[in-house]
Design a protein around this ligand. Structure first.
Ligand code: PMP
Length: 392
């Protein structure tokens, strides 16, 4: 771990993230073929582990496809809607805007319910929009990476179930870092990408679908989805891998598949409740540090603040040159992304492996503090106790 920090800057953007030594060892091998027994085994076992990380039912179907979060978004859009279907998007930022456009391209009649950056519509507002517009599908971004706003997916998924419509959640900046109980809440699709709290390098889209979501694909009357996104093409492949049999539709990212089993097993070590609590503790420590430094967060209310990243307003007199000042201290953080406020804030990721290493969190917060001081905004140095509490 220490050598990672010394050799290259610490990667504290909201994905890609630092990966654990075990994950790094798992993918750092000469590329195996896609029909190699150990790839088939790792693939099959990873699918089983995904159900556990997603807290999904045994009959839920995991998919692992080459690509990224954007691939998984498109997969959800093209399999679940057909031309003319009404869809409601809960908009909390940049990535729900992207989803809206994808759904539109898949032919859906998209309407949305949104709010200012840093806010999210209430469940009552969403419920009345559902009742007024009668969508076939409800979409929400669990954590919007552009603002650090987290919605509560539970009432949204339950609402969709009550109204007999499908619910789809973008978990790209949340899955395995924020509480999500796919089966208990009745969500239909939850997807992510390998480079976020899953703890791998980029390269895989990961999606779990309920039988209801698979049926929506089967009932499609319109032309089938693009082949590379089609549940129906991938389903026999996933089933074969899980049964330990070789299969081919499109070449999997073999090194990442080896690492996926390792990454998911690390996440499950201690159980999902402990994993979510770990991220909540890491986020609380970062929040304590930000408040000593006099930084304010973009999410407008406490309960909207994600545990996987912080989105922080630049203080008075400080701007985007803060980021190179932080980088000069060996820590990479991200600039703003939401178009309406891009120049006014920056973002720090604290999900996955880094959330398990207090020294990485501490170094990040201290580098931000030093850079702020250099930029003329002296704050109170975060108390060392913040980090020792994490070790307790
Ligand atoms: N949704 C969310 C919430 C994201 O944070 C991202 C990536 N930052 C995406 C979708 C798109 O994922 P990718 O960049 O892996 O295609």
């Amino acid at each position: 771990m220490a050598s990672v920090a010394q050799e290259r800057p610490l990667l504290m953007i909201p994905g890609p993230i630092e990966v654990s030594p075990a994950v790094q060892a798992a993918f750092s091998v000469p590329p195996p073929g896609h029909l190699a027994p150990r790839v088939i085994e790792a693939f099959g076992r990873s699918l089983g582990l995904m159900r556990k990380v997603w807290l999904a039912a045994p009959e839920a179907q995991p998919f692992v496809v080459p690509g990224s979060g954007t691939t998984a978004m498109d997969m959800a859009a093209w399999n679940l809607v057909e031309p003319g279907d009404p869809v409601l998007v809960v908009k909390t930022g940049y990535f729900s805007d992207r989803m809206e456009e994808m759904l539109r391209r898949a032919g859906a009649r998209v309407s949305s319910i949104g709010s200012e950056p840093g806010h999210a519509p209430t469940i009552e507002e969403v419920a009345s929009a559902v009742d007024a517009r009668m969508p076939r599908l409800l979409f929400a971004t669990h954590v919007d990476t552009s603002t650090g706003v987290r919605v509560d997916p539970e009432p949204l998924a339950r609402l969709a179930r009550e109204r007999g419509i499908l619910s789809v959640f973008d978990g790209v900046c949340a899955t395995a870092g924020e509480r999500f109980e796919m089966d208990a809440w009745g969500a239909d699709v939850y997807f992510t990408a390998s480079q976020k709290a899953i703890g791998l390098p980029p390269g895989l889209g990961l999606l779990v679908a309920t039988p209801r979501a698979l049926e929506a694909r089967d009932r499609r009357r319109a032309a089938p989805p693009p082949m590379a996104l089609d549940f129906a093409e991938w389903l026999p492949i996933m089933r074969a891998y899980e049964a330990g049999r070789p299969a081919y539709f499109a070449t999997p990212a073999t090194n990442l598949i080896l690492a996926l089993e390792t990454g998911l097993a690390e996440i499950l070590h201690g159980g999902m409740a402990a994993r979510f609590a770990l991220h909540a503790r890491a986020a609380a420590a970062m929040r304590d540090a930000w408040s000593s430094l006099g930084l304010e967060e973009v999410p407008a209310r406490e309960e909207l603040r994600a545990n996987t990243l912080s989105a922080l307003w630049y203080p008075e007199g400080v701007g985007a040159d803060l980021i190179p000042r932080i980088a000069a201290r060996g820590v990479v953080v991200a600039g703003g992304l939401h178009t309406a406020i891009r120049e006014r804030y920056f973002r720090v990721g604290h999900m996955g492996y880094a959330a398990t290493v207090p020294a990485m969190l501490r170094r990040t917060a201290e580098s931000v503090g030093e850079a702020l001081l250099e930029a003329g905004h002296p704050g109170k140095a975060p108390s060392p106790e913040i980090w020792t509490r994490l070790l307790a």
